[in-house]
Design a protein around this ligand. Sequence first.
Ligand code: GDP
Ligand code: IMO
Ligand code: MG
Length: 423
Amino acid sequence: MTVDLLLGLQWGDEGKGKIVDVLTSKYDIIARFQGGPNAGHTLEFDGIKHVLRTIPSGIFHKNSMNIIGNGVVIDPVVFIKEIEGLEKFNIDIYSRLLISRKAHLILPTHRLLDAASEAAKGKAKIGSTLKGIGPTYMDKTGRNGVRVGDIELADFKERYRALADKHEAMIKFHDVDLQYNLAELEEEFFASVEQLKKLTFIDSENYVSTALKDGKSILAEGAQGSLLDVDFGTYPFVTSSTTTAAGACTGLGVPPNKVKNVFGIFKAYTTRVGSGPFPTELSDEIGATMANVGREFGSVTGRARRCGWLDLVALKYAVEVNGVTELYMMKADVLSGFETLKICTAYKYKGEEIDHLPYNIEPENVEPIYTEVKGWKADLTGMISYEELPSELKEYITFIEKELNVPIKIVSVGPDRTQTIVK
Ligand code: GDP
Ligand code: IMO
Ligand code: MG
């Protein structure tokens, strides 16, 4: 069988968790392939809200297996807390969740290094979630990392110590005032590693390849979004992994010719949390209304998300880089009530009108050019069919489809699993 991908096309928090949960019943396996506990994927059903960090969003379905692939970075402390948080829901996590031995571990000192690095950057800080993501991927590509499989080795503690000692020297190098008690953090870390051993470690590339040969279907769940990709995002204000389609191949061991559908998910407007350029950002009342109605606060850090109009220049770029075959539009309900809506269809860049994403999108280089369309008043949150949607929203959808040349197959009208309209 084949692998389908579900990827965020903006700066993250598009609603990936909700949609993976909606789609899970169609798949045998749900797999995360990159990122780590910087992700916060929200699922709502039966009046309960769950926020998943490292565990794939298929975990609530009895018939699906969930895999954490080699491309993911795992913080045992956060991970075990996440498992404990799910225990009251009677989910058989231990038989439905498998972890790649090749996934890298986030050590307590990776988190400290993240904090020291951000503090040293001052105003130029990335706005990281401070979960140790950047330093862990640095150690991975620098060939210094400690992996899940190392836990099974006799010299795991020595490997840990050698890397943690190196990190301590690096923290001092940053010369910032960082208060911490490493002994306490290490106690918590090793206790969590002991718990982690209760889970099944696998060679995920073999598992995936066998599953495909056996005719199983796989949905790969992206974390973050395309504009946070380490290569194609708004560098350096990005995360440290490949969030785009190619990341599923390297982060799971899936050959490119096994990838079939690429589902691209986007909000009907745009949000961003953390630093970095955002051409269509609204610092006025409209942006504040979007933030309020959309409850735009980070699922991981609680920080306010910056809001702005839909940016089709950036979205088109993400569609191209990922080879998106179907689009899913989220949070359409949040736009109800605006008299008119703006859609950015081009940028003014160095005096010229362009419709592609240039190297530099800082405000001094780029000015968004908007098309204005009519808004709608109706509350969408109780609607269940495409026919019910207001004509202005249908026009909004058609406009986007024409610009991007990809069909919008799902329109989401609320956070709950049931508030999902399939076109
Ligand atoms: P993810 O990281 O892509 O999984 O997205 P997050 O969970 O971080 O953020 C999406 C937020 O929007 C969550 O609070 C969801 O419950 C919520 N959400 C998802 N879809 C909709 C929708 O269609 N309408 C509204 N109002 N909220 C939604
Ligand atoms: P999900 O999967 C939104 C942002 C951070 C920061 C930058 C780098 O929930 O969509 P990092 O911690 O990776 O060093 O932070 O990336 N960021 C996210 N923004 N959603 C996410 O994940 C994010 N993960 C990281 O805010 O700007
Ligand atoms: Mg999120």
